[in-house]
Design a protein around this ligand. Structure first.
Ligand SMILES: Cc1cc2nc3c(=O)[nH]c(=O)nc-3n(C[C@H](O)[C@H](O)[C@H](O)COP(=O)(O)OP(=O)(O)OC[C@H]3O[C@@H](n4cnc5c(N)ncnc54)[C@H](O)[C@@H]3O)c2cc1C
Length: 421
């Protein structure tokens, strides 16, 4: 019986292991499918994902549209998504008794709103499919055997040989890519993605907890520009528009050492001219009103007050006596407030890492390595990362599914049948 080892008991590893074991059984060619996890527990990230609810996937059923949510890896994923996309994910979980629901923004969660449902589903499905699950047992090294297959050493000192090997070791540390590198793969440098910005401007911090939407954020001198909600926090800026900007700009912003100017257009649905007319109309319709107390909607009162002060408009200024120069300064604040970003959210607080195994070194039909025959790779170990919204898990399920199917197919590559495992 051929032995297939999966290194990494996370999202991609479990998906691949279950698919592989089920496909082997369906083909009448049972295999020994062994999943090794170096930590004490399996599926750690799945458990904590989505604030404990697990945002399993995104209700986007067109492969190309879906691929557009991946700052890195989108193009390579179009074909794979056509073979196993979000609709297949929904069906996969449904078949195993887990119903998913869609929220208004397209994110999909288990109807139980608990990531434990997903963890339980994986553990049960893996055991039912006959996958051997071993925790506290990392793969320390892997070498290709001359006749095919791999020789592994495990963290408990044991040796193990296998016919095929899947690396699904995730992407949050340098160690995660070490095995792939040792087998000849190139790693694109790991840099954080999906982080928030530190901004020290006191008036912004005073707005902590205020969400404004939609706004347009941009980094002057780059092509980085995003539209969506932003959230003022006690130490800077967060929210979907900031997270998206951080993902698309992961490498650029890393290159700037996370110190750069950030522009915000607070009312991007209006042109500068339209805003100028709106302000002038106020002066005619409410000459006695205080500028500070009459925000342009939909801006929140607190933000408007701060923008008026930042524009150097005195609090007692009335619309009827609004100097032209001050009006221009307020317009500039509304359409292009400049903040100085001085850092990113603390290390390891980010959700995903950008970087990983270079995509050209992998055949995306089978997730097989083009460098080391018999080796497969899946999940965040690859240089793939998506925006928030369930995209990262979808990439793990899709690449795990392809790898699992491919591992089940084809003949064993002749590895020895005995080991000390
Ligand atoms: C706080 C948080 C919340 C998130 N929420 C969401 C969400 O709701 N939706 C979404 O789409 N994405 C979410 N993500 C991202 C998502 O969790 C990852 O993209 C996904 O887990 C990647 O799956 P993976 O299997 O490739 O890697 P992982 O889930 O990281 O699994 C890799 C596993 O391999 C193990 N391992 C590493 N090296 C070895 C070795 N040598 N031998 C054996 N085992 C090894 C690791 O211990 C780990 O358990 C979140 C991430 C974080 C940090």
């Amino acid at each position: 019986m051929k032995r297939i080892v999966i290194a990494g008991g996370g999202a991609a590893g479990f998906f691949a292991a279950i698919e592989c074991a089920e496909a082997c059984a369906a083909q009448g060619q049972p295999a020994e499918v062994v999943l090794l996890e170096r930590r004490d527990d399996f599926l750690t990230k799945v458990r904590i994902s989505g604030g404990g609810r697990c945002n399993v996937t995104h209700a986007c059923f067109d492969a190309r549209a879906l691929a557009a949510s991946y700052p890195r890896g989108g193009r390579a994923l179009i074909g794979p998504f056509q073979r196993f996309g979000p609709a297949d994910t929904v069906a996969w979980f449904n078949k195993r008794g887990v119903a998913l629901k869609t929220e208004s923004d397209g994110r999909m969660f288990p109807t139980t709103d608990s990531s434990q449902t997903i963890v339980d589903c994986f553990l049960r499905s893996a055991l039912d499919a006959g996958v051997e699950l071993t925790a506290r047992c990392g793969v320390e090294s892997a070498t290709q055997r001359p006749g095919g297959g791999f020789a592994l050493t495990l963290s408990d000192g044991r040796a193990l040989v296998c016919d095929k090997l899947l690396l699904a070791t995730g992407g949050s540390s340098r160690e995660a890519g070490a095995l792939a590198q040792s087998l000849g793969h190139t790693l694109e440098p790991a840099v954080p993605s999906l982080f928030t910005f530190r901004v020290e401007t006191p008036w912004l911090r005073a707005l902590s907890g205020v969400t404004v939407e939609p706004v347009e954020v941009s980094v002057p001198g780059t092509r980085l520009r995003e539209r969506g909600p932003v959230l003022a926090t006690h130490w800077g800026l967060s929210g979907p528009a900031i997270l998206r900007l951080s993902a698309w700009g992961a490498r650029t912003l890393h290159g700037l050492d996370y110190r750069f100017p950030l522009h915000i257009h607070w009312l991007p649905e209006f042109t500068q001219e339209a805003l100028c007319v709106a302000l002038q109309e106020r002066a005619i319709s409410h000459p006695a009103g205080l500028v500070m107390k009459m925000p342009l909607r939909p801006l929140p009162n607190r933000l408007w007050e701060q923008l008026v002060l930042a524009a150097g408009v005195a609090p007692e200024t009335r619309w009827g006596a609004f100097p032209r120069a001050a009006l221009q300064r307020l317009l500039a604040q509304l359409t292009r407030t400049e903040f100085q970003v001085t850092g990113k959210s603390p290390n390891k607080a980010e959700f995903v890492t950008c970087g990983g195994v270079r995509l050209g070194e992998v055949d995306f039909k089978t997730m097989q390595s083009r460098v080391a025959p018999g080796l497969h790779l899946a999940g965040e170990l690859l240089d793939i990362d998506g925006l928030t919204g369930g995209f990262n898990f979808q990439a793990a399920w899709t690449t795990g599914w392809l790898a699992g199917r491919a591992l089940a197919n084809g003949s064993p590559s002749g590895a020895a049948k005995f080991s000390h495992y």
